[in-house]
Design a binder for this molecule. Sequence first.
Ligand SMILES: Cc1ncc(COP(=O)(O)O)c(C=O)c1O
Length: 474
Amino acid sequence: MQKTRPILAWETLLDLEAEGTEARPPLRDRVESALRRAIDEGRLAAGSAVPPSRTLAETLGVSRWVVTEAYGQLVAEGVLDARIGSATRVAERQELPEPTRDIDRPRPRDPAPVSAPPIRYDLRPGIPDLRSTPRSRWAAALRAGLADLPDRELAAAHPFGYAPARAAVAAYLSRSRHADADPDRVTITHGATDGMDILTRELHGRGHRTILVEDPSWPRLRGVAENNGLRPIRVPVDDDGVDTEMLAAVAARTGARAALVTPAHQFPLGAALAPARREQLVRWAREHAGLVIEDDYDAEFRYDRRPVPALQRLAPDCVALIGSLSKSVSPALGLGWMLLPPGIAPAPSPSAPSLIDQAALAHFVTQGDFERHLRASRTRFRRRRQRLLDALTTELPDSSVAGIAAGMHLVLTLPSHAPASAVVDAGAAEGLALTALRRYTDAADRPDALVLGYGDLDDALVEEAVARLAALLR
Ligand SMILES: Cc1ncc(COP(=O)(O)O)c(C=O)c1O
């Protein structure tokens, strides 16, 4: 008797829950990564057909475009084979790029395995100097802010934030970021992620269904947009920042009218958006009644020249600036701001930051503590960055380093014999926290690289950390 073929349970084969849970990575990434995993692990054999996108979407309970996007990416990489008139199939493998390649895909969690030792050499990007958190100044600001809060304010509604905090932030943004900042257009938020959440909800309500994002970029903000119904469409970045010509072309093709960018310091590659591209981006937004969201995340830390002014100043009518204390002071504060164009006033968030924290923020900024802290941090980071560069020159003289002019991280391109995934895992096993560039991009043509953060790297351990990294690369 002929054996009947078992019916594949696709929802079991592609376990989306296993593809990370923290910060809910975009569904598209999870579907793609589940497919990739099933193929890499041999559960989906070369030559086998994958279901039509509509069928798989229904089975997994996701929208059809999530599946078509995931298929599209895998076809572009040659993992799936799509031929007109026949089913899409798992491609025959030519050669395996890296046995551990999948480990490097964008992952929501810290790369360290559960059993890894505690972090001794912290080279993660995006973390400020935790040892220099201005605890006593913040405590003083809290005390003073609370003491100054009039009783009647304690139970009053502050829909866009506490007025003194909005005024203090507006003054700081004008002074320091050269923004065109009116306190009435400032909203106090929990940070950039919160700002992005509020803004993308608003955009969805206005009919947007897509958003242009840089590639590479920080997955969390992309994920927030996606969770609010805006499909992120990636636009490549080069040495002048995001390719605005390509952005306009992709927008024309897809109808996208919103873009999320990091003009002062591209995350994570480090370029400042070139002046001509700034103009072009703004022109595009104006011509299409679009919105540019400027993630102004670490622009204060510039080492080769004065900080690059906010893009918002060029076009306050169509740029929304989102900022935060997470990278400049501490992620533990959970405070940030948005500066919005006049025509945009999203419904206030029901879970606004505590009024007492906002009063502290007002004090911290108006008393000059914030900018003093920024100046001290800039000096510290400049020194540490130089030390890190010197150590890299000594230990890895042939290495190529980029993105060093600003911020708290740089990009180290790896030699071809040292795949980033293997280096990240080997580092984690000895307390060296590393991040692969692949965490921020799916583009196969990017060189294998590490994004080395030095915000929280102990000064006394810089040389030791680099010596360990060099040993891993040998
Ligand atoms: C690119 C980028 N933007 C913004 C932020 C700050 O986000 P939040 O204010 O939500 O902590 C980070 C933090 O790591 C970041 O990497």
